[in-house]
Write a protein that binds this ligand. Structure first.
Ligand SMILES: [Zn+2]
Length: 160
């Protein structure tokens, strides 16, 4: 899957807009956290809009909607993670001074070829919970050995 590259400053100035799906398999870092079960196909959709009037600076608005299949860390069965994110970025050569009363605004470095797929993947990685759990009370999968230590293993450890 070809990444989407944009000249982010031009994109903002021209108030361009794009809306795409990204294949989860093409996000190598994110893929590690996803269960690749055919019956649970994850999806990522994003919309990127350029603006020049917002904050009186070239800026980008990114919204991401993702449905990811991950492993519940309690029962180790697949579960759906619904992620809905929205970001505003100012496009600048260097980090701008903090905006008055607007700490939610991020910035991206102006670039002729900004990889939009990478940006979306970065934001999803940050948003992913470290230990996703089913909202219902699922049955914990606990290894027997953790509950009751094998007495022979304990003995072995003492001999060493
Ligand atoms: Zn579970």
């Amino acid at each position: 899957m070809k990444p989407t590259l944009i000249n982010n400053l031009e994109f903002a100035k021209n108030t361009d807009a794009i809306s795409h799906d990204i294949k989860v398999d093409s996000c190598l870092r994110l893929s590690e956290f996803i269960t690749h079960d055919a019956s649970q196909a994850s999806s990522i959709h994003y919309t990127l809009k350029g603006s020049e009037s917002q904050f009186h600076l070239p800026s980008l608005a990114l919204s991401i909607k993702a449905k990811l299949s991950v492993l519940c860390q309690r029962c180790l069965k697949p579960m759906w993670l619904d992620i809905d994110l929205a970001f505003q970025y100012v496009v600048a050569d260097k980090e701008p001074l903090p905006f008055e009363g607007d700490e939610e605004v991020d910035w991206v470095e102006s670039a002729r070829e900004m990889n939009v797929n990478n940006l979306v993947e970065d934001e999803l990685l940050i948003a992913m919970p470290l230990g996703p759990l089913h909202t219902h009370a699922c049955t914990p999968l606990v290894k027997e050995s953790l509950q009751k230590p094998n007495p022979f293993a304990v003995l072995k450890g003492l001999i060493k």
